[in-house]
Design a protein around this ligand. Structure first.
Ligand code: ARG
Length: 662
């Protein structure tokens, strides 16, 4: 018994000693000076650490200065939010050297100031978990005490639990509007220019292009315009559904209906009914079905007559699509499924060689990490699938095209398919997430006003050409209702019609969060009140007309911009100027998440802010009785000009044609 007790006591003493030693070690780690005193760490290490902190601080500081310098560069406009974020980052580094703290959090949507820094709360929280007690207000004060002096900030104050209110410097704002007027609306710097590949529109040959494709077309075109505007290198790809077994029945039907198709182009007006008719025969007629399969085999072997038949159907269909693209000013290069015929064979060889395939029920499949449903890469009849062509396509985009940023503008229903393709590309070794940015820009369904899937009255899919025609008719009626036909020339009216119609259709799509379903309503999109293209187009034309009606020409404005100081004494002038300068920050957000409705919301806000300004500030003063111009406020006319320039740049990204007159 005694022996037992002695054993235990020895164990306890040993454990206590161990604990004491660990505590001492811990203390040493937390107290660097003790490390030096005890000789574990050379004093030089501490010096180096202090040096590192100082350098880190200097580096950040230099970066801020650089950003301020850049804001003077004629090639770029900078995001003021990003600049202020940098400034606060410097202050945080200086206030809490050597601590691992969250990034400075600055927003432009502040209630009581121009910008607001919300970092004090999260820093205080973080310090608390590290055992350092300090309330958020003290943290805020500490940050403020360490703020470097920069041109853009006039003053800051601390509010509530520790929000830091940031007020811009009026002179800085004025100078930046001045710069914008003289160098034009320039994109924010993007760092390295990237090779981007955007897959959009991508309808299926011989089938009607439906509203889902319209969404992809509109969103994709806008994304391309955005990327091109900021300076990326963009490859616009139309991944047409132009290959596959459905062509067997189409070719067989073509041979029967238009036997001399080889010498005379068949006058097929309506491919949709041609497709339907061939499908009916395919389902009902065994003989026809057999022939259709033979046609597929011959097509795949590139037998000349069958290939020509495919080409014929392709051309008719592609011409129809082109009509839509031209009306909407959309540009794409065709690289449909047929483009990958040879490449798909090579992909299968590569997968087999890497041991990534398996045969199951006669099909060749590939299991992909993190995904339940495997990809079917070869069907039991030896044919390829949608999966195979997308594998070949992603390889082409990454390996051959050296794409660094791949974007797929495809309906939300295909997310599973696309994510599996991305993961597969990673497994195969084509895609490296630390180098490549690959994303699905998904979007919801277009609904009719009855909140059901958008269809014609008889339940058919709506033909896009008909939809655009209807848009034109409605736009014309709207313009006539406003008696615009009485003031515009015939040509101007024509222009206004298409600009309003197509602008409204595009804007209705782009101004909604793309992941949501949206209701297609001509009445809503053509309403000239609210967040619509009709409203923005009118407002834009009105802004542009202010100078013109005061007999100030564009040249006059350009000249005046060189010497006129932008006065921002009136509160509404200042508010408008600050709103104008937020444009680059919106662009950066767009590049980050590819949600175009943020740009629409901003343009709407800018336009309403303009109206507030215009209602409160005379740009041109006229004699009340004679109507003669007494005074022109050039600074204000230039502010109108800056606003219009930003709106027009926004329009260009959205694919909307601004009008000088409407
Ligand atoms: N043609 C397809 C469809 O109509 C869209 C293709 C999207 N792009 C892709 N790489 N899968 O649903």
């Amino acid at each position: 018994m005694e022996e037992e007790i002695a054993k235990y006591t020895a164990k306890v003493v040993k454990a206590e000693a161990e604990i004491q030693r660990l505590e001492k070690d811990l203390d040493l780690i937390e107290n660097p000076q003790a490390l030096v005193n005890s000789g574990i760490v050379a004093p030089a290490v501490l010096q180096l650490q202090a040096e590192k902190n100082k350098l880190l601080y200097q580096l950040k500081h230099l970066k801020t200065q650089l950003a301020e310098e850049k804001s003077k560069s004629p090639d770029h406009m900078i995001s003021i939010t990003a600049l202020i974020e940098d400034v606060f980052q410097v202050a945080i580094l200086a206030a809490y050297p050597g601590q691992d703290l969250p990034k400075a959090d600055v927003t432009s949507s502040a209630k009581f100031s121009d910008y607001q820094c919300n970092s004090a709360m999260s820093i205080s929280q973080k310090l608390k978990t590290a055992g350092v007690k300090c309330n958020p207000r003290d943290v805020a004060q500490n940050i403020v005490n360490n703020l470097p002096k920069v041109d853009c900030i006039e003053k800051v104050d601390i509010a509530g639990p520790g929000f830091i209110n940031i007020f811009l410097n009026r002179e800085y704002v004025s100078q930046n509007v001045f710069k914008l007027l003289n160098t034009g609306v320039q994109p924010p710097p993007i760092g390295k220019r990237k090779r981007a590949v955007v897959d959009f529109s991508s309808p299926n040959i011989a089938k009607e292009m439906h509203v889902g494709h319209l969404r992809s077309t509109i969103i994709g075109e806008s994304i391309c315009r955005l990327l091109e505007w900021v300076g990326h290198d963009v490859l616009r790809i139309n991944h047409l559904g132009d290959w596959g077994t459905q062509f067997g029945m189409l070719i067989a039907h073509l041979q029967d209906e238009y036997p001399n198709y080889l010498t005379k182009p068949p006058p097929i007006g309506d491919l949709q009914s041609f497709y339907k008719a061939s499908k009916v025969r395919f389902e009902a007629d065994e003989e026809f079905k057999k022939r259709a399969y033979e046609c597929v085999v011959k097509l795949q072997a590139h037998e000349p007559e069958h290939y020509k038949a495919w080409q014929t159907i392709y051309d008719i269909s592609r011409k129809e699509f082109q009509k839509v693209y031209e009306r909407l000013q959309v540009h794409l290069i065709d690289r449909g499924e047929s483009f990958y015929q040879e490449r798909m064979k090579l992909v299968i060889e590569e997968l087999d060689a890497k041991g990534l395939t398996k045969v199951e029920d006669g099909r060749k499949i590939m299991f992909v990490d993190g995904h339940k449903v495997p990809l079917t890469v070869v069907k039991s009849d030896g044919g390829f699938t949608y999966d195979t062509s997308d594998l070949a396509a992603i390889k082409n985009r990454l390996v051959e095209e050296k794409g660094e940023w791949l974007i797929y503008v495809v309906d939300a229903g295909q997310n599973g398919h696309l994510e599996t393709i991305y993961s597969a590309a990673e497994m195969i070794g084509w895609l490296n997430p630390s180098v490549h940015r690959v994303e699905h820009v998904s979007f919801g369904v277009v609904l009719g006003e009855d909140k059901k899937k958008f269809k014609t009255r008889s339940g058919e899919t709506v033909r896009l050409v008909d939809l655009l025609d209807e848009g034109i008719k409605r736009a014309e009626a709207k313009l006539k209702e406003k008696e615009r036909d009485k003031v515009l020339t015939k040509e101007e009216l024509e222009q206004a019609k298409s600009s309003v119609a197509y602008g409204c259709i595009k804007y209705a799509d782009l101004s909604h969060n793309r992941t949501h379903d949206y209701v297609f309503s001509f009445d809503k999109m053509l309403d000239d009140r609210g967040n619509t293209a009709a409203y923005l187009l009118y407002a834009y034309t009105r802004i542009r007309s202010i100078a013109r009606l005061a007999n100030v020409s564009e040249e006059d404005l350009t000249k005046a911009a060189k010497t006129t100081k932008i006065e921002l004494d009136h509160e509404k002038e200042y508010k408008l100027a600050k709103c104008v300068l937020r444009f680059p920050e919106i662009i950066l957000k767009l590049l980050d998440d590819l949600y175009l409705h943020t740009l629409c919301d901003y343009l709407y806000e800018l336009t309403t802010t303009f109206t507030e300004f215009y209602d409160n500030c005379y740009c041109v003063e006229k004699d009340r009785t004679t109507g003669k111009i007494i005074k022109i406020n050039m600074s204000r006319l230039l502010l109108c000009e800056a606003t219009a320039n930003v709106i027009n740049t926004g329009f260009k990204i959205l694919g909307i044609n601004a009008l000088q007159k409407m």
